[in-house]
Design a protein around this ligand. Structure first.
Ligand SMILES: [Cu+2]
Length: 222
């Protein structure tokens, strides 16, 4: 009996030891795995936090983007680049006419005639060019890009006006300056936005549409 018991108990002890050892191994493996995952997450978080704005393209693509908050009680420097632009609707009175100067005149483009009674306002901001010898004509509209700017009261605002399209402009920033601007030139004005409200910038040669507006938000009451 004793021998049998001994024979039976020995494997039992081995088995218990094996189970205990296996259990410990599993626990250690699990702990190591969790630890490695934690380290991995910490490393990723560190990677993200090391990038500018604490956000990478990967995180911004997978989660909602939060705008950078700006307190209206805090004055900052704001800098803008404002291009002079004209938009052209070029077309042709003939359908499917090959014309190098007619951007819209593809073989599939239908014939288009200028409006008989054009109601475009005077002031130079719009221009309707009658059909040329191949029937091409153009409707042009001048504008600024951008034409809406928002700053906070107290901000130092710098505007760089860039002469890109249109040969010549005469621009006024209300209460600040009036200056000519030729194509290829950059003219810069700077000022402190002391009062809340609006400040218009206007080209006198291309009215009424070549206008822009700076909206100055009132300083927050704290
Ligand atoms: Cu102009």
């Amino acid at each position: 009996m004793n021998e049998k018991n001994k024979i039976k108990t020995k494997p039992m002890r081995k088995s218990s030891t094996t189970i205990a050892t296996s259990t410990m191994a599993i626990v250690i493996c699990a702990a190591l795995t969790i630890g490695m995952q934690t380290l991995s997450h910490q490393a990723l978080a560190q990677t993200y936090s090391n990038t500018s704005n604490g956000m990478t393209a990967a995180t911004s693509a997978s989660s909602a983007v939060s705008p950078v908050s700006v307190s209206t009680s805090q004055s900052t420097n704001k800098e803008f680049w404002i291009n002079t632009v004209h938009l052209d609707g070029m077309t042709n009175i003939h359908a499917a006419v090959k014309c190098d100067t007619c951007n819209q005149n593809t073989p599939l483009h239908p014939a288009e005639r200028p409006p008989l009674n054009s109601t475009i306002p005077a002031g130079g901001g719009f221009r309707l060019t009658e059909p040329n010898k191949v029937g091409a004509w153009d409707f042009r509209s001048f504008t600024f890009a951008p034409d809406q700017i928002v700053v906070n009261q107290g901000d130092k605002v710098t505007l760089h006006f860039i002469g890109v399209q249109g040969t010549h402009h005469i621009i006024t920033v209300d209460g600040i300056a009036t200056f000519p601007l030729m194509r290829g030139q950059i003219h810069t004005v700077s000022f402190i936005a002391r009062n809340p409200g609006t400040i218009n910038y206007t080209c006198h040669l291309h009215l009424p549409n070549m206008v822009g507006q700076i909206l100055v938000l009132p300083k927050a009451i704290v």
